[in-house]
Ligand binder design. Structure first.
Ligand code: KPL
Length: 317
């Protein structure tokens, strides 16, 4: 299986490092030339959950760069069986989609890993429902510099389509992908109810990410005080109200799952906290921002999401 990963963030580096021994060829497409050059010289340094450290040699992985410009050459798209899109939503631009549309090999399937909502229909519109799958993962990773990643929490990864067309023969067509992910050490499964899973993940991220970013604490520290737990509970309650208004059924035990994610990734800095600390734009528009705007359309007020949304926007400057 040939794989290409777009995005050299924490998840991109983690998946690349763990998948490379199982692929016939793996290309990692970084967003900056500087990161691509360092990766091309030294490979990826990974620290496993066990504490073991190893280097994935630059000779085992093809490194390319795509910084969003229309005239950059990106070979890795042309011969991949699977392209894992591991970029933050703001980076999923029209230019990138046009690129994917014209350069993805006909057999290739694009898998969008996502935290939030809002870009799904743009991607399906560009590539067609038969070539796009969506993924949600609760795997925890922390990037340390441009080329090093620490696996900070075991999670679960679900992959599937949004429409029945996308899910036709899902198991037959993609069981080898599931096998490869399992062999790489990820707990992974194919799923026919991705909308619900995307919403479950959205709820997890809308509760954990802004609070960790505003309070500058690890995921685990959110559980430390009754104050932070009650802030989480308020965000969770409002998320459930929006889901109900849109007839999306969230998992029965989602609150317990959120607490478990905090425990399983307790040393982790959420992706939003990493962005805030790194001075980068966050995904708040696609997380709490999407919820607030959906709630507005349904005539609901979400005071807590609204407040964390505005605080994170203010921190972005
Ligand atoms: O997905 C995450 C993120 O940081 O975006 C969680 C699950 C909160 C792990 O950190």
């Amino acid at each position: 299986m040939r794989m290409t990963i777009i995005g050299g963030g924490s998840l991109g580096l983690l998946f690349a490092a763990k998948l490379v021994p199982l692929c016939k060829g793996l290309t990692l497409i970084a967003r900056t030339r500087e990161q691509a050059e360092t990766l091309a010289q030294g490979g990826i340094a990974i620290q496993e959950m066990s504490g073991e450290r190893r280097i994935v040699s630059h000779t085992d992985i093809s490194i390319e760069c795509y910084n969003g410009s229309a005239d950059e050459t990106v070979q890795g798209l042309r011969n991949a069986d699977y392209v894992l899109l591991m970029l933050k939503q703001p980076a999923i631009t029209e230019t990138l989609l046009a690129r994917l549309q014209s350069e993805l090999a006909p057999q290739a399937c694009l898998i969008c890993f996502q935290n939030g909502i809002g870009h799904e229909h743009k991607v399906i519109g560009a590539l067609g429902a038969g070539r796009v799958l969506f993924a949600v993962t609760t795997e925890g990773a922390k990037r340390e510099g441009g080329t090093a990643v620490r696996h900070t929490g075991h999670g679960v990864t679900y992959i599937g389509g949004l429409t029945s067309e996308m899910n036709d023969n899902l198991l037959q067509r993609h069981c080898s992908l599931k096998e490869v992910l399992l062999q790489a050490g990820f707990q992974a499964d194919l799923s026919k109810n991705m909308e619900e899973r995307i919403w479950n993940k959205l709820a997890i991220n809308c509760v954990i990410n802004p609070l960790t970013a505003i309070l500058k604490v690890t995921n685990g520290q959110l559980l430390d005080t009754a104050w932070t737990r009650s802030l989480m509970a308020d965000l969770f309650r409002e998320t459930s109200e929006v889901a109900e208004a849109y007839h999306v059924s969230l998992a029965q035990d989602l609150w317990t799952t959120i607490v478990q994610v905090c425990q399983a990734t307790s040393a982790n800095h959420s992706s939003m906290l990493q962005d805030v600390l790194g001075g980068r734009p966050t995904e708040i528009d696609y997380l709490n921002g999407s919820l607030v705007s959906m709630a507005g359309k349904a005539g609901l007020a979400l005071p807590n999401h609204n407040m964390v949304y505005r605080l994170v926007k203010a921190m972005e400057g």
